[in-house]
Design a protein around this ligand. Structure first.
Ligand code: KIV
Length: 284
């Protein structure tokens, strides 16, 4: 293991020292290398790959094979960051055996360091089974996109007593089941603070405010590479689609007008060699 490799104990230490944990998504080699070089602590191969890269309407369609394909590429680009593979819908829900088998694939085939599972107290036995097999598990509660239909849409979670109690019971149960951390998605900031202070494992927020121990975003969202829709919690640090469109339009224009490729982008051949070739052609 690289001596600078981010570990679970390092992430826990960060929480104890009140240092924020940084996490972002990556689905391929190039972006993963970039995040690793910048020094992002955790890289999530999210099942958001379904919406962002594969054009699916939701994450529900994403398969285990697709996740492994992307996770392999990500791992090849990372030397330092802690890499987490997202268990897609129904890859862990049916049985302990299947959950362990699929979680194992992430570590064996794609060199991930851990897996993430969506769900609250109801999936704790599954978390225990995966964890007992020696595979670290990151929990994910609040707005869980895989069960968006059951949640009746992409809504903030924990705004009433019943939901808030469920979230509190869930984070405690997930910690007890062995999760090394929990993602909190779309939970009001003050409730996330209570949840964060209730456990000794780090919480990583997405749309859950400033009090979480760390933050995660879909990288393409912060880079302004996704479509028109921008969730309230996403800060777009740049609008790459505008920059990319301009560059691609310039390329198109220059190709159509014969401006590109000009001299500087061409390879040359010695005049003598060229003459010889012409002679060969002429002679037939
Ligand atoms: O799939 C995903 O990208 C996630 C997030 C936490 C952003 O689950």
């Amino acid at each position: 293991m690289d001596k600078d490799k981010i570990t679970i104990s390092y992430l826990k230490e960060k929480k104890e020292k009140k240092q924020k944990i940084t996490m972002l998504t990556a689905y391929e080699f190039g972006m993963a290398s970039l995040l690793d070089k910048v020094g992002i602590d955790v890289i999530l191969v999210g099942d958001s790959v379904g919406n962002v890269m594969l054009g699916y309407e939701s994450t529900v369609s994403v398969t285990m094979d697709e996740m492994i394909h992307h996770a392999k590429a990500v791992s090849r680009g990372v030397s330092k960051a802690f890499v987490v593979g997202d268990m897609p819908f129904m890859s862990f829900n049916v049985s302990d055996t299947e959950a362990i088998k699929n979680a194992g694939r992430f570590l064996k085939e794609s060199n991930c360091d851990a897996v993430k599972v969506e769900g609250g107290e109801e999936i704790c036995n599954r978390v225990k089974a995966i964890n007992n097999a020696g595979i670290p598990v990151l929990g994910h509660i609040g707005l869980t996109p895989q069960t968006v239909s059951k949640l009746s849409g992409y809504k903030v979670q924990g705004k009433n007593i019943q939901e808030a109690k469920y979230l509190l019971k869930s984070i405690l149960a997930l910690e007890n089941a062995g999760c090394f951390g929990v993602v909190l998605e779309c939970i009001p900031a003050k409730l996330s603070k209570i949840l964060t202070e209730s456990v000794s494992i780090p919480t990583i927020g997405i749309g859950s405010g400033r009090y979480c121990d760390g933050q995660v975003l879909v990288t393409q969202d912060l880079l302004g590479m996704t479509g028109q829709f921008k969730p309230k919690f996403v800060k777009q640090y740049v609008k790459l689609t505008d920059i990319m469109s301009k560059a691609i339009s310039s390329y198109k224009k220059e190709v159509l007008e014969g401006i590109y490729p000009s001299n500087e982008y061409e390879f040359s051949i010695p005049e003598e060699t060229l003459k010889e070739i012409m002679n060969v052609i002429k002679k037939g």
